[in-house]
Design a protein around this ligand. Sequence first.
Ligand code: NAP
Length: 245
Amino acid sequence: MSESRSAFITGASRGIGLAIAKLFASKGISVTCASRTAEALDEVVSEIRAGGGKAHAIPLDVSNLDDFSRVISESVDQFGGVDILINNAGIVKDNLLLRMKEDDWDSVIDINLKGSFNGIKAVTPLMMKQRSGRIVNITSVSGMMGNAGQANYSAAKAGMIGLTKTTARELASRNITVNAIAPGYIATDMTSKLNEKVKEDLIKHIPLRRIGEAEEIAETALFLCSDAAGYITGQTIAVNGGLYM
Ligand code: NAP
């Protein structure tokens, strides 16, 4: 595949999405970086452009389907197409089920699960017309094994695995692959609030005895979007240091 490709990456203002945007841009892929915060995106895009990459910033709340469809068109105007969609935007609002508020359930489902549905829905007509595409959904180890305090998040992330398998089946005939990556604990803002004691206890359960890096998820995303992964679809690749096998 030539590197005139373009990727639309949600949640690219920091953490895993930022690492994916930087890695893809360094390989010559044009990147559209989306998240809710315009200022943070402008900084990301300036940094990528300063390094010689092609990048464009689009403020977006992924939970709004109309907005998602509109910004996909904007990305096509900018880079001539969308070859890759990375559904990475996500939030946590943790609490034990008995204390979890309905709003916290709704917003986590809306952003993680519905946001991924919206992305796939918005980009699919274009990819079907192109007769090619790569979609990568960033789910979580919590969606595979469950995690006390994350009923909303683990339900959303498990839902993304089902969404991945079904859309992979529906889109395969158009040469569109759909896969998921399930990170374990990765050093980003999302996990920075864990106190040191919790982190130490956590590491004891990780066979590789460390928290992962965002760049390690980005490398897996790059592989799934490469020619080498052309025969992989509907899969969930765990990148978790062995935490869950
Ligand atoms: P992060 O550092 O908190 O970054 C989350 C990103 O999502 C930010 O760019 C944020 O930007 C964006 N975002 C949040 N809500 C959004 C919305 N409604 N619309 C558009 N963008 C939105 O988190 P991260 O650790 O990089 O996580 C990235 C993905 O990996 C998430 O799906 C997360 O669930 C998953 N994951 C992370 C870990 C981990 O240990 N870090 C483990 C497993 C899975 P704005 O706030 O500016 O919108």
